[in-house]
Design a binder for this molecule. Structure first.
Ligand code: ARG
Ligand code: GLU
Length: 714
C-alpha cells in the first residue's frame, strides 16, 4: 500500500518543468520542433500543421481583424474567436433598444447574421524564406539610408513576383530584427458576419476585475461566418455571397482534458521582445510602464464612475474602457514579474558573458565590440524623451475623445494645399464622425481631458513642453484653463462639429485658430512633432540598428542551437502541456475551473459578477447535456504552459490529435512578463474549454442548430 503512495508523492515533487518557450515558425517545425512535440504527446506530423499542397491545420486558422486569431469550425465557414475580439462589432450593433452587449445575440438563421463593414479575416496561403532576395546587393559598405532603399526595392520586387491572376495580399516581414525575412501570402475575406455572442455577463464575466487573472470563469467567445462569392473566393459584401467552404475546419473534441496532456496553440502572436538589453528592460520597469499605468489609472477611475452612473455611457464607453484597462493591468503584471525574475540583473549577467565571448576573438571585437556601449549611450539619451513620448500618447493624443477628433481635423489643416489629400481626409472624417458622436459623452470627456493634461504637465520634463504655454501652466495644472476652453469650444457641440466637417474649407482654418481647445491641441501637437518625435525616431533607429547587430551576434554565438524568433503577428505554433502552477509560495492553482466556481463568484452587488438567471437555473437543475466533465461539472476554462501573447486571443487550442479543445483568450497575470522573459514555472495561457462554448450555445442560448454544422467528437 505504502509504496505507490510514496512514489506518487515523489512524482509530484520531482515533476519536471515541461513548458517550452517560443513561438515557432510553421515551415520550420520539421527541422526544430516536431520531434520534441511528438515526445510530449503530439500524434500528428509537421505536414498536418502546415502544408502548401494539401489541406492542413493552417487552412483553418485566420488573422481576425487586425490583431486577433480565429478558427474555422464548420464546412460552412463558421468561425469562433473571443468575445473580446468581436467586442467592437457586437458593440457597434448595440443600441439601447437592441442591447446585444447585455442580452447577447444569436442569429436565428443565415439571413439574420449581421454584416460588419471593414472587418476582414486572412488565411495564410503560404510563407517563404526570402532573406537572400531581400539582401540582394546589400553590403556593409553601403550607407544606412542606401541599405534601407535597396531593401525596400527588393521587398517590392518580391511582392510583385507573387502577383498572379488571383488577388492575394503579400507581406514581407523581418525576423530577428532583420537578420532574416519571410514573405507571407494571404487570402483576405471581406464579408464576415456576426452569428452569435453570449451576453457580457458570460462573455466578459469577471470583467476587468478578473482580466489577466486565474482562476477564471469568462465565456470569452463569439461566432462569425465567412462569406465568399459564388466562386468561393473573397468578395466584398453582397446579398448574393454564400458561406465560404474552407479547405479545412477543426473537429471539436468533447471528451475532455487532463493535466499533463499535450496542447498546442496555433495563431498570430503580435509582439514579443525577448532579446532586449538590460537598459531597455530598466526603462520599461522604471519609467515606461509606471507612467503609462498612472495615466490610465486616472482615466479608468473617471470612466468607471461615469459608466456606473448612466447606462447609455456604459454602452458608449465599455469598449474603450476595456481597451484602456487591458494594457494597464498587463503592464503592472509585467513589471512585477520582471522584478521578481531579477530581469535587469540577469540581462546584465548575460551581457557580461556576451562581452567575454566577443573579447575572445579579434574579428568579433571588430563586428560586435561596440554594441553594449552603444546601447548604454542611446538608452541614457532616450530616457526622458521616452517619458514625454509615452505620456503624449497616453494623455494628449489618446487621452480624451475630443483631442482624438481634433487631431483628425488637424490632419485636414496639414493637407490644405493638396486637394486630393484634403478631399480624402474630409471623406474619412465625415465617415468617422457618426461613429465618434454615437460613443461620445460630453460630461465624461470633459472630465477626462483636464485630468490627463494635468499629468502631462506634471511629469514631462519642462524642456519638452511648449514654451508658449508657460504662462498657462498653473491654470492647466488646476484644470481651470482646460475646462473653460472645453466649454467654449466648437468641439463640445455636436451640431457645430457636423457643420464644421461639412463646410470645412481653407477659411475654416482661421475660425479654428480662435478656438482655444483646438489651438491648445495644435500647440502641443506641433511641439511634439518638432521637438520630441524627431529625436525619438532618430534614437529609435539607432537602437534598432544596434539591436539588429546584437541579434546577429547572438545568432552567431549560439550557432547550431534552436533559437526562437520574436513574435511579429504572423502565424506561429506554440506548444506545452495542460498544467496548473504555483503563483506564490504556498499556493497551487489547479488547471481548470467550472460553472460551480462561477456561481460562487456570483454577486448581484458587483456588476462584473452578476450571473444571468438562465445560467443559474441550468446550474440548479444540472441541465448540462453532454457538456460536463468526469466529475459532473461544466468546465469553463483551463490553463496550460503555451508561450502566447497578445494576438493569440481567439487562437485554437488543440490536443494531440489536432482537435479543438479550447479557445485561447488570456494569460495568467503572474506570467505576463513572458513578452520579455519567459518563466516556465509561472507563465500560463488561459483558454476557454470548448465544451463551455457549446454548452452556452446549446443550453443557454437555445441555438443548438449551430452545432449541426460542426464535427463533434464525443
Ligand atoms: N487580457 C486579454 C487580452 O489581452 C483579454 C482582454 C479583454 N477583456 C477585458 N476584460 N478587457 O486581450
Ligand atoms: N487577450 C490577449 C489577446 O487579445 C491574449 C492574452 C495575451 O496577451 O496573451 O490577444
Amino acid at each position: 500500500m505504502k509504496k505507490p503512495v510514496f512514489s506518487l508523492i515523489l512524482c509530484l515533487f520531482i515533476k519536471t518543468v515541461i513548458a517550452v518557450e517560443g513561438m515557432w515558425i510553421p515551415t520550420l517545425l520539421k527541422k526544430f520542433n516536431i520531434e520534441e512535440m511528438q515526445k510530449m504527446g503530439f500524434r500528428l506530423s509537421a505536414e498536418d500543421i502546415y502544408d502548401v499542397n494539401h489541406a492542413s491545420m493552417k487552412d483553418a486558422v485566420v488573422l481576425f481583424g487586425s490583431g486577433c486569431t480565429g478558427e474555422v469550425i464548420s464546412g460552412d465557414g463558421l468561425l469562433i474567436t473571443n468575445h473580446h475580439c468581436g467586442f467592437g462589432q457586437i458593440q457597434k450593433h448595440s443600441t439601447l433598444e437592441h442591447d446585444y452587449l447585455s442580452d447577447g445575440f444569436w442569429a436565428k438563421n443565415r439571413s439574420g447574421e449581421l454584416v460588419n463593414p471593414g472587418l476582414t479575416v486572412q488565411f495564410l496561403v503560404k510563407m517563404e524564406d526570402v532573406t537572400l532576395e531581400v539582401m540582394q546587393c546589400v553590403n556593409s559598405d553601403l550607407a544606412e539610408d542606401t541599405i534601407k532603399k535597396v531593401i525596400a526595392a527588393n521587398v517590392e520586387k518580391i511582392k510583385n513576383s507573387y502577383s498572379g491572376t488571383e488577388k492575394y495580399l503579400v507581406d514581407v516581414k523581418p525576423l530577428f530584427y532583420g537578420n532574416q525575412y519571410f514573405a507571407y501570402v494571404y487570402e483576405v475575406f471581406k464579408d464576415i458576419r456576426l452569428v452569435g455572442a453570449p451576453p457580457v455577463a458570460i462573455g466578459k464575466f469577471g470583467g476587468d476585475t478578473d482580466n489577466w487573472v486565474w482562476p477564471r470563469h469568462t465565456g470569452d467567445f463569439s461566432l462569425f461566418r465567412i462569406y465568399a462569392g459564388k466562386d468561393n473566393k473573397p468578395a466584398s459584401w453582397s446579398p448574393d455571397n454564400v458561406p465560404y467552404r474552407p479547405k479545412k475546419f477543426f473537429p471539436i473534441n468533447l471528451k475532455g482534458i487532463n493535466e499533463g496532456d499535450f496542447t498546442m496553440v496555433f495563431g498570430f502572436p503580435g509582439t514579443t521582445q525577448e532579446y532586449l538589453p538590460s537598459q531597455a528592460v530598466r526603462l520599461l520597469i522604471e519609467k515606461s510602464n509606471p507612467n503609462k499605468v498612472d495615466a490610465r489609472t486616472v482615466k479608468l477611475a473617471i470612466l468607471e464612475k461615469q459608466m456606473a452612473k448612466d447606462p447609455k455611457v456604459r454602452i458608449q464607453y465599455s469598449s474603450k474602457a476595456a481597451g484602456v484597462s487591458n494594457a494597464w493591468k498587463k503592464w503592472q503584471g509585467e513589471t512585477k514579474g520582471l522584478i521578481r525574475l531579477h530581469a535587469i540583473e540577469n540581462k546584465e549577467l548575460e551581457e557580461l558573458e556576451f562581452s567575454k565571448w566577443v573579447s575572445q576573438d579579434a574579428e568579433r571585437e571588430k563586428k560586435y565590440g561596440s554594441i553594449l556601449s552603444d546601447f548604454k549611450k542611446y538608452y541614457a539619451e532616450l530616457s526622458e524623451i521616452q517619458v514625454a513620448y509615452d505620456l503624449y500618447n497616453e494623455t494628449v493624443l489618446r487621452g480624451s475623445d475630443v483631442f482624438g477628433l481634433i487631431s483628425r481635423f488637424s490632419l485636414m489643416r496639414q493637407a490644405i494645399h493638396d486637394t486630393a489629400k484634403f478631399n480624402k481626409q474630409k471623406k474619412s472624417l465625415s465617415d468617422y464622425l457618426p461613429v465618434y458622436l454615437k460613443d461620445y459623452d460630453r460630461e465624461t470627456d470633459q472630465l477626462l481631458l483636464p485630468a490627463l493634461l494635468k499629468i502631462y504637465f506634471e511629469r514631462v520634463d519642462p524642456k519638452y513642453l511648449p514654451e508658449k504655454l508657460n504662462s498657462l501652466k498653473s491654470a492647466i495644472l488646476n484644470s481651470s484653463y482646460v475646462l473653460s476652453a472645453y466649454q467654449k469650444s466648437l468641439f463640445s457641440d455636436s451640431s457645430k462639429i457636423k457643420i464644421l466637417c461639412r463646410d470645412y474649407s481653407p477659411k475654416t482654418q482661421k475660425k479654428l485658430q480662435k478656438d482655444a481647445l483646438f489651438s491648445l491641441f495644435a500647440t502641443l501637437s506641433d511641439h511634439f512633432t518638432k521637438n520630441i518625435e524627431p529625436s525619438y525616431q532618430i534614437l529609435g533607429q539607432q537602437i534598432l540598428k544596434t539591436q539588429k547587430i546584437y541579434m546577429a551576434a547572438i545568432l552567431d554565438m549560439k550557432k547550431g542551437e534552436r533559437i526562437m524568433a520574436d513574435a511579429n503577428l504572423t502565424l506561429r505554433v506554440t506548444y506545452g502541456k495542460i498544467e496548473g502552477f504555483e503563483p506564490m509560495d504556498g499556493v497551487y492553482y489547479q488547471y481548470f475551473t467550472t460553472l460551480k466556481g462561477m456561481m460562487e463568484k456570483n454577486n448581484p452587488a458587483i456588476s462584473d459578477y452578476v450571473v444571468p438567471e438562465k445560467l443559474k437555473s441550468l446550474f440548479l437543475s444540472k441541465d448540462y447535456g453532454p457538456y460536463s466533465n468526469s466529475t459532473g461539472e461544466v468546465p469553463i476554462a483551463f490553463c496550460a504552459s503555451n508561450h502566447t501573447t497578445g494576438g493569440n486571443s481567439g487562437s485554437p487550442v488543440l490536443n494531440a490529435n489536432g482537435e479543438l479543445i479550447g479557445v485561447n483568450f488570456d494569460r495568467c497575470w503572474e506570467g505576463t512578463m513572458s513578452d520579455v522573459l519567459f518563466d516556465p514555472e509561472r507563465c500560463r495561457n488561459i483558454s476557454l474549454d470548448i465544451r463551455y462554448a457549446l454548452f452556452i450555445i446549446d443550453k443557454f442560448a437555445g441555438a443548438g442548430y449551430l452545432l449541426d454544422e460542426m464535427n463533434l467528437i464525443r
